[in-house]
Ligand binder design. Structure first.
Ligand SMILES: Cc1ncc(COP(=O)(O)O)c(C=O)c1O
Length: 419
């Protein structure tokens, strides 16, 4: 504190590390695009920028899940603080739920309940961020990993996902990037933003590569079961014998309730590698200083999981698949856009812009800004997920809106095409 020519000085101000980290996030881009919307345009906004279908009638959550929450609140049994890794009934319910699809049983002791999947990302990145360490992230990626790593001053090294190989991981690239300071690799499957699903064989190769490099696999499976193409969803948990895996998930996507903020982080360490290295204790310490998921949502978990019928999941998946197919077919009709891989999972696809066919569009950001202004339509510029002059399109919206959206996108592309 002090005086400078009589003007009072304050000792606090902008934090450049925070500002840099925030500028890597999707929200900054979306907020800027929203500010480009034309207030005079009375048409509904077509929101293909982010993946939250929960407001749309076709993607309303199951009534059984709603009842489970109401019952948990009414019971008054869940008004207390949670414990750091979650209350026992929630940990047990998640362990049983995940074990249904695995070749072995997950122990509730290995399940840590988090505030959505995002808090699991935050906790893990904080726990891994030692001075000089680096983490391997996919490019393109879900940018919250980048923002959080920047905030924790954990160095990021990017490996490529290869569109020409169905967005598989460039494993040679991974090996070339890693050194003895590399702590982990992030694998998002089904993939946001590319919309691909990794095969069993490819996941195994990733696990073997990580084991060779002596690094942890962070398996982000928040879109688990969102696989509607030829490849079934396989969890990285199947490869925990090869390499220590931390599997992340949530009810956000499969139940269409991202606002309920219930996720998990599962430590799969059959050979005690995380334990012996001290990393398990570090994770526990970070969990101990983190906020907990709302106890009544945790208390509802046995009924949310137990009472939601398979029919709910299959009908919603069918709807997402229909949207994905429509999106792909329409994209094929737009000359300035190339979709290298038909989406087969998650809620997104990545498409390449052919700028040489457009006359007054300079790049992906310009494309998205003008699209917002002229057509009241929001699409995320690829640079927000690490690929400039690409676009990330969310197709999980009400089909009627998607149809309207593609009509607008085609008009826009035509209007801006070289004549
Ligand atoms: C790949 C990925 N990981 C994590 C998250 C965060 O999930 P949640 O909304 O449960 O916090 C998202 C959200 O969209 C995501 O796409």
């Amino acid at each position: 504190m002090g005086d400078n020519n009589g003007a009072k000085q304050w000792n606090f101000g902008a934090n450049e590390v925070v500002e840099r980290s925030s500028s890597l996030g999707i929200r900054d881009y979306l907020n800027n695009l929203m500010s480009n919307l034309d207030g005079q345009d009375k048409r509904p906004v077509i929101p293909l920028g982010h993946g939250d279908p929960s407001p749309f009638p076709s993607f309303r959550t199951d009534q059984a899940a709603v009842e489970a929450i109401c019952d948990a609140v009414r019971s008054t049994k869940f008004n207390n603080y949670s414990s750091s890794s979650g209350i026992p009934v929630a940990r047990k319910a998640v362990a049983e739920y995940l074990s249904r699809d695995l070749s072995y049983e997950i122990s509730p002791n290995d399940v840590h309940i988090t505030v959505g999947c995002l808090q699991a990302v935050e906790i893990l990145v904080s726990a891994l961020a030692t001075p000089g360490a680096n983490i391997l992230l996919p490019r393109p990626s879900y940018p919250m990993y980048d923002s959080r790593a920047a905030l924790c001053q954990l160095e990021v090294r990017y490996f490529d996902l290869l569109p020409e190989n169905g967005w598989d991981v460039d494993l040679d690239g991974v090996q070339a990037l890693a050194d003895d300071k590399t702590v982990a690799i992030v694998v998002i499957n089904p993939c946001n933003p590319c919309g691909n699903v990794f095969s069993y064989q490819h996941l195994q190769k990733i696990a073997e590569t990580a084991s060779k490099l002596g690094i942890l696999v962070i398996a982000d499976e928040v879109y688990d079961h969102f696989a509607f193409g030829d490849k079934p969803f396989v969890s990285m948990a199947e490869f925990a014998e090869i390499v220590p895996v931390i599997m992340l998930g949530a009810i956000s996507k499969r139940w269409f309730v991202p606002g309920w903020r219930l996720g998990w982080m599962v430590t799969l360490d059959p050979h005690g590698i995380m334990k012996d290295s001290g990393f398990s204790q570090t994770l526990t310490s970070v969990l101990n200083m983190s906020t907990d998921a709302a106890t009544f949502v945790q208390g509802a978990m046995p009924d949310i999981i137990g009472n939601t019928k398979e029919e709910f999941f299959s009908s919603k998946l069918e709807m997402v698949k229909k949207c994905a197919e429509f999106c792909y077919e329409e994209l094929m009709k737009i000359p300035c856009i190339t979709c290298p891989c038909k989406p087969e999972g998650s809620m997104f696809t990545m498409v390449k812009l052919n700028l040489s066919l457009l006359e007054d569009i300079s790049d992906d950001l310009d494309f998205c800004s003008k699209l917002a202004k002229e057509e009241s339509m929001i699409i995320l510029p690829g640079r927000a997920v690490g690929l400039s002059n690409w676009l990330r399109i969310n197709f999980a919206v009400e089909l009627k809106l998607l149809i309207e959206g593609f009509a607008r996108l085609k008009n826009f592309a035509e209007r801006h095409s070289k004549k």
